[in-house]
Design a protein around this ligand. Structure first.
Ligand code: 5AD
Ligand code: SF4
Length: 480
């Protein structure tokens, strides 16, 4: 493979900020060039996805296209003919993992030069990452971004047949592509995109740049996808958007997330979930719909990020600790059995210890059932990365530990309350620790292990909880 790259397009962080762009819907089926089918016949692909659910959904679509070309899936990165790393840029450590993995692939390529190595996803939406990869990792053949995964067949054709080293990362979203093939990772739970991108511009976050303008899929396209999943026997569907509350607002015709959620619930899929809700603009209608339908799981992921008003203001989160707590109270009043989870960032630039303690206070107020905690990681070209920070890494790490301790109490108490009760569990897999145990999740997203066999995978069963640990529960199957 030639080493001189062909730059079709390069991302520009200023352009990525642009929001006044027209969005078009494209329902055309993709076509696979015959030459590519001939090339892919008998060959295998391997995709390693880093990061969030949006990336996993992209993996399924890229896998669908590769399988349409004639590739078959391989579970072995070392022997696959086409290796794709689907990357995440949300924090520095996510990027470090990717660089480690790219480095490992050098020998793989040296052993067999016919292999094709590609990079895609959020990380390569940053020009400086592309420069590093092109410069230091000469074994990477193809780099493409989040806005043109639908061009995978034609890009691969160029790499394979014209033997170019190709960079094709766009700054702006293209069409919303429907009807792309998809090879789903699970036969019983599925993610369904309802919108792409984010317009919130939280000051620490890179997502509005890497994933672009917030844009909704047409309601009928979402509903049709959900119907297909229901008819194929899927037990759980998760509606996905960086901020699901904003669904439909871009149509300016009154379309709302509450309406979409209700229509999906009415399809009769046993479990309906949604991710992620912003605490700002979480409407009464949404609460009412969640309360009304038993098949909408009583679980809301409601990232708080911080419990301090000044930090929330600097983060551009658009709510205060008071309005967040009021929302929690309102949700709990209408849905008493709701489980709440959250994301929290510790050590935002210049956060004082007192400001941090407001976050601990928030944890103790809400008593979260689960939580994801992160140390702030500066992301190039985001506003927060410009702020000179006076908090040392050691101090951040100390606060992080203190926060985890506070969460262990509320999460542990929420798990302990479940003992002696019986819950529906969607069985996912054999337990990693004990092959005689099966593992699955409750409606509230708690991990449960119980004695059972693999025939239960993909089924919803009743399990009585006997024992609780902070992050998991042990139970036994109960016959109806
Ligand atoms: N540093 C640390 N955590 C971050 N998140 C987003 N950006 C950053 C960053 N720069 C966290 C937020 C978000 C979750 C997906 O990742 O908590 O909700
Ligand atoms: Fe990032 Fe904020 Fe958008 Fe979430 S809402 S993706 S944290 S900018």
């Amino acid at each position: 493979m030639a080493n001189k790259p062909l730059y079709k397009s390069l991302p520009d962080s200023k352009l990525e900020r642009k929001r006044n762009i027209d969005i078009h819907f494209n329902h055309e089926q993709i076509t696979i060039p015959e030459s590519l089918k001939k090339f892919a016949k008998g060959k295998t692909y391997f995709i390693h996805t880093f990061g969030c659910q949006a990336n996993y959904r992209d993996e399924e679509i890229m896998a669908g296209m590769l399988e349409k070309m004639g590739y078959t899936k391989s579970d072995d990165i070392n022997s696959a003919d086409f290796i794709l790393l689907n990357t995440c840029a949300v924090r520095e450590n996510a990027e470090q993992k990717v660089y480690g993995q790219i480095g490992n692939l050098k020998i793989v390529k040296e052993k067999d030069k016919t292999k094709i190595i590609a990079l895609c996803g959020c990380m390569v939406q940053q020009k400086h990452v592309i420069e590093t990869v092109i410069d230091k990792y000469k074994h990477v053949d193809l780099i493409f971004g989040t806005h043109n995964i639908d061009e995978l067949p034609s890009m691969l054709e160029e790499v394979v047949l014209k033997k170019v080293r190709l960079v094709n990362v766009k700054s702006l979203p293209g069409d919303i592509r429907e009807n792309l093939p998809s090879a789903r990772l699970s036969k019983f739970k599925a993610f369904v995109n309802i919108s792409y991108g984010c317009d919130k511009f939280c000051t620490y976050c890179i997502v509005p740049y890497t994933r672009g303008k917030e844009r909704s899929r047409l309601m009928e396209d979402v509903i049709n996808e959900c119907k297909e999943l229901r008819d194929a026997g899927y037990k759980e569907v998760t509606l996905l958007g960086q901020n699901v509350n904003a669904y439909g607002k871009d149509f300016k015709d009154g379309t709302s997330f509450a309406h979409l959620l209700e229509e999906v619930a009415k399809l009769g899929i046993p479990r309906v979930r949604f991710l992620t809700s912003h605490p700002w603009d979480f409407t009464e209608d949404m609460i009412d719909v969640i309360a009304k339908y038993p098949n909408i799981m009583k679980y809301i992921h409601l990232p708080v990020q911080s419990g301090n008003d000044e930090i929330l203001r600097l983060m551009n989160r658009k709510y205060t600790s008071k309005t967040y707590k009021e929302l929690v109270d309102k949700i709990r009043a209408k849905i008493p059995n709701i489980a709440l989870s959250t994301d929290i960032i510790v050590g935002f630039p210049n956060e004082t210890y007192e400001e941090f303690l407001d976050t601990v206070e928030m944890v103790n107020y809400v008593k979260y059932d689960s939580a994801f905690t992160f140390i702030y990681s500066p992301r190039k070209n985001t506003p927060a990365a410009e702020i000179k920070d006076n908090v040392t890494p050691a101090e951040k790490s100390k606060r992080f530990k203190e926060l985890v301790k506070a969460l262990e109490v509320t999460v542990g108490e929420s798990s302990a309350r479940m003992v002696n009760n019986t819950y529906d569990i969607l069985v996912e897999s054999v337990s990693e620790k004990d092959p005689t145990m099966m593992s699955g999740y409750t409606e509230s997203n708690k991990l449960v292990h119980f004695k059972g066999d693999t025939s239960l995978i993909g089924e919803i069963v009743k399990v009585k909880i006997n024992e609780s640990h902070t992050y998991s529960l042990i139970g036994e199957l109960v016959n109806d």
